[in-house]
Design a protein around this ligand. Structure first.
Ligand SMILES: CC(C)(COP(=O)(O)OP(=O)(O)OC[C@H]1O[C@@H](n2cnc3c(N)ncnc32)[C@H](O)[C@@H]1OP(=O)(O)O)[C@@H](O)C(=O)NCCC(=O)NCCS
Length: 174
């Protein structure tokens, strides 16, 4: 399985995760957001030219008051740079085989690179209710009283994992 940035020539039409909103985003908007507006980058997991999963990321920022309490310690009061995991989905045919976790680890590596190159205090995701336990497995903690930015209903829960925890867990250099 190869994970790489989306190419304009990738066939996105066959992808189906079972989540209509995520599928529509991938079919219609991932390409123009990346190639025309430069809003973020979608990374795809590809096997034999078929896209089986994707993760869309964009740099963002978060206020200290919006972090989980435990992550606020010794952080300054100006907006903190973070990497936002804006979308993550795996094709139904490939779910429950470790691909979601592989894509998440790939995003952690992108965050670690951003931390080393420009600064990145951690990774943030707006988790749908069904996916909260999935993200919690990988160290994400709910940000108190913060609702996700997406328009989805029910409102997603914003979750954060600190770069310190990502680097410690993955053996990245400090
Ligand atoms: C959520 C999703 C990305 C997970 O990807 P996946 O490839 O099926 O998951 P993996 O096989 O990598 O699972 C890794 C681990 O997380 C667990 N897991 C997977 N989905 C889970 C969920 N929704 N809740 C709790 N745990 C979950 C698996 O049991 C596995 O645990 P294990 O390592 O102890 O065996 C995928 O199911 C999906 O695309 N769902 C529809 C879209 C969606 O909900 N995206 C998230 C939006 S916020």
């Amino acid at each position: 399985m190869e994970i790489r940035a989306l190419w304009p020539s990738d066939d996105r039409t066959a992808f189906a995760s079972g989540d209509e909103v995520l599928d529509l985003f991938f079919h219609k908007y991932a390409g123009q957001n990346q190639f025309r507006h430069y809003l973020g980058v979608t990374y795809v997991a590809v096997r034999e030219r078929r896209v089986l999963g994707f993760a869309t990321v964009a740099p963002s920022q978060i206020d200290i008051d919006d972090l989980p309490v435990a992550a606020r310690k010794k952080m300054p009061r100006y907006p903190l740079p973070i990497l936002r995991l804006a979308r993550l989905a795996v094709d139904r045919s490939a779910q429950s085989h470790g691909l979601g976790s592989q894509l998440l680890r790939f995003v952690f590596k992108l965050g670690a690179k951003m931390a080393d190159d420009y600064g990145c205090a951690g990774v943030v995701v707006d988790a749908k209710p069904d996916a909260i336990n999935f993200y919690a497995k990988y160290g994400f903690v709910a940000c108190e009283a913060l609702e996700g930015q997406s328009e989805a209903r029910p409102r997603p829960t914003t979750m954060f994992v600190a770069m310190r925890a990502i680097k410690a867990a993955s053996g990245f250099p400090h």
